[in-house]
Write a protein that binds this ligand. Structure first.
Ligand SMILES: [Zn+2]
Length: 242
């Protein structure tokens, strides 16, 4: 179970609605959409059971509803790290807010940002700015939304860049990583490999499936033919043991 609140959709919301209906006869539609009615019911439940009535189902609320803490914190099995680029031009300091807006427009799955409680859409777990700053986006234990058929067991890392300065239509791919970005990615990968010994490979988005919808055409918005615009497998092979 993940931390959920109003604005979030998905299986965990449905589980919450079912659990609330069972304990409190709230008559919620069990549709997996966390709207106002679900929030009102949750706050009522939290008040009655001595929890902070904030309308956010976190570890304490889940636990009270009968989901053991270990179940709440059950970690995903991480098997691979997948590298991406933003497909923006060399030197453009694209922000994670811009990624969030883009992924919201594409209706990516949501998560609650643990830093400020906001509902976010960024499909990646980490974002690397031009200056090498590592931004933590989606919590690692939340399934990502960045590589079809690979999201369940992977961590997605994206760096700003991937296109030549002279690009006009998203085809002039280029490894635009700054020295700081290269160092940040390497440091992050090493850290993740230590924290998740189950990781078996570090690959690029382009090493997954090049044709997302299977129509034989690489859609421009997918930008996966080149992503992340360098050979991740070769570059990070030395980090993988065995
Ligand atoms: Zn990608």
């Amino acid at each position: 179970m993940t931390t959920i609140k109003k604005g979030i959709n998905g299986a965990d919301v449905k589980t919450l609605q079912q659990a609330l209906n069972k304990v409190g006869n709230y008559g919620l539609r069990e549709d997996g959409i966390f709207g106002l009615k679900t929030e009102v019911a949750l706050k009522d439940y939290q008040k009655k059971y001595g929890l902070t009535p904030d309308g956010i189902a976190g570890a304490k609320t889940w636990s009270k509803l009968g989901y053991s803490t270990s179940e709440v914190a059950k970690p995903r099995r991480i098997e691979e790290i997948i590298l991406h680029c933003t497909a923006t031009k060399d030197g453009v300091d694209y922000t994670s807010n811009s990624i969030n807006a883009a992924h919201k427009a594409r209706k990516f799955s949501t998560y609650v940002d643990p830093k400020n409680g906001e509902v976010k859409y960024i499909g990646y777990h980490f974002y690397i700015r031009l200056d090498g700053t590592i931004e933590e986006c989606r919590p690692i234990n939340v399934r990502g939304c960045h590589a079809v058929n690979h999201n369940a067991n992977s961590i997605g890392i994206c760096y700003a860049g991937g296109l030549d300065k002279t690009d006009t239509n998203g085809t002039k791919i280029k490894d635009t990583r700054t020295t700081a970005q290269k160092e940040a990615i390497l440091t992050l990968c090493k850290r993740l490999l230590t924290e998740y010994p189950t990781i078996k490979r570090i690959i690029g988005h382009r090493d997954t499936s090049p044709d997302l919808n299977g129509n034989g055409v690489i859609e421009p918005f997918e930008f996966i033919k080149g992503c992340p615009c360098f050979d991740a497998i070769t570059e990070y092979k030395h980090l993988i043991k065995g």
